[in-house]
Ligand binder design. Structure first.
Ligand code: DOR
Ligand code: ZN
Length: 446
């Protein structure tokens, strides 16, 4: 069945396209034509007036907890959450159980994903065995098995000599090292950003220097070895500035920011407690502004969710014992549009670029663009739809979000993979009275 998306604002940053146009998808699921006023008698039409039609989104940073923690998330449930969030390609982090630190686990994760997931699932692999920071994994074998980057995410590799060797090997392999930047000695201290809020909650706090020291160290590592470095979830003003300076002198460094770090300050902990406990922590207004400035000026290349599911039972533990992390896939679009676009800080197309072609390029993934003849992975957003976050309605198995009850403007309404609509937001269609031909919705969740 051919599909014709009519009259949407088509944004494809790679091809420098931002235009009200139609997108024709052939019956094999590939993009046949993009132009205004396409006529095709065979195609089933979808009225996309007022919607943004973009390449399927790419998330460089998700925790699917598979294998090991099916009560929090699995590749199946995580993929459904991704689709509901507009993501058609994701990169898993290796802090599973067992950890993704051997070629066998890489292969089994990718095989399972191919079997059960309708989206494109990639995986990173650990830099050290068991993410324990002591013994380097076999990076060459992990790359051969299909890992797209190396990281001990959730933890920082504290041994500089071991890390130096990993950078050297990564350079040979042409793959980036992804760095979770937080000196363990600083994190061991507390739960929230060190300041008035942590003090009020009786928490020793985490000083931003812990993050900045490691960002600086890893930039020097990239500079010394010539390897590519990707800085994960940068959260401090000084950290953003370090990356800006490194880029200016030609270091091969990229960076991502999360929706929570550009949307929330540490003060939210006074209201939601451990639901806002995350690594690195939410910081000050000044840091949030610096992250947004970094996104604007290109210092920060990509938006990544760091989707980190945990059970509410665990999150209800006392501050020092509750795990770090929050789910992020299903609130990303709303936060990006509300905080970046509707505040006029960023243009639609720049935000879309940070969700599509930029992240795809960082890990060399064949996604994030609308090519004629290429697969029709497409994310459709209604940028002006107002809605209220309801964690009970998440497709993720977990509900740990500080955004429950928040009003946001902008929502993913349709997500397509290879030309098939795999997600349609039924609440949206019910409330707005808009419709999509039921023939196109037989495979859709939502
Ligand atoms: O808050 C976090 N949670 N940050 C990380 O880097 C890891 C993640 C997790 O795995 O829960
Ligand atoms: Zn991390």
């Amino acid at each position: 069945m051919k599909t014709l998306l009519q009259n949407g604002l088509v944004i494809d940053p790679l091809n420098r396209l931002t235009q009200v146009a139609d997108v024709l998808i052939d019956d094999g699921g590939r993009i046949e034509r993009i132009a205004p006023g396409i006529r095709d008698e065979e195609a089933v039409r979808v009225d996309a007036t007022g919607w943004i039609v973009s390449p399927g989104w790419v998330d460089l940073h998700v925790h699917f907890r598979d294998p090991g923690y099916p009560e929090k998330e699995t590749i199946e449930s995580g993929s459904r959450a991704a689709l509901a969030g507009g993501f058609t390609a994701v990169v898993m982090m290796p802090n599973t159980r067992p950890e993704i630190d051997s070629p066998e686990v890489v292969v089994s994760v990718l095989e399972k994903a191919r079997r059960v997931s309708p989206i494109h699932v990639y995986t990173s692999a650990a830099i050290t065995r068991g993410l324990l920071g002591r013994e380097m994994t076999d990076l060459k074998a992990l790359a051969a098995a299909g890992a797209v980057t190396f990281t001990d995410d959730g933890k920082t590799v504290m041994d500089p000599l071991l890390l130096f060797r990993a950078f050297e090997t990564a350079r040979e392999l042409g793959l980036p090292i992804s760095s979770h930047c937080e000196d363990h000695h600083f994190v061991r201290e507390g739960a929230f950003h060190r300041g008035a809020v942590s003090a009020a909650l009786g928490d020793p706090g985490i000083h931003p220097l812990g993050e900045e020291l490691i960002i600086a160290r890893d930039i020097l590592m990239a500079e010394a070895t010539g390897a590519r470095l990707h800085i994960q979830h940068v959260s401090t003003a000084r950290g953003v500035q370090l990356i800006r300076e490194a880029k200016a002198r030609g270091v091969r460094v990229t960076a991502e920011a999360t929706p929570h770090h550009f949307s929330l300050t540490h003060e939210v902990a006074l209201r939601v407690g451990t639901l806002s406990k995350v690594n690195p922590p939410l910081r000050t207004e000044e840091d949030v502004e610096a992250v947004i400035r970094g996104l604007r000026d290109g210092t920060i290349d990509a938006i990544a969710t760091d989707h980190a599911p945990h059970t509410l039972e665990e999150k209800r533990r006392p501050i020092a014992e509750a795990p770090f992390g929050m789910v992020g896939l299903e609130t990303c679009a709303g936060l990006a549009f509300t905080r970046l676009v509707h505040t006029k800080r960023m243009a639609f197309e720049d935000v879309i670029a940070k969700l599509t072609i930029h992240p795809a390029r960082i890990f060399n993934l064949p996604h994030g663009r609308l090519d004629i003849g290429g697969w029709a992975d497409v994310t459709v957003v209604d940028p002006s739809y107002e809605w209220t976050v309801d964690a009970e309605r998440f497709y993720s198995k977990s509900r740990n979000t500080p955004f429950h009850g928040m009003r946001l403007t902008g929502k993913v309404v349709l997500t397509m993979v290879k030309g098939r609509i795999l997600y349609a937001d039924r609440d949206y269609f019910r409330q707005t009275g808009r419709a999509v031909d039921p023939m196109l919705l037989t495979e859709a969740v939502g």
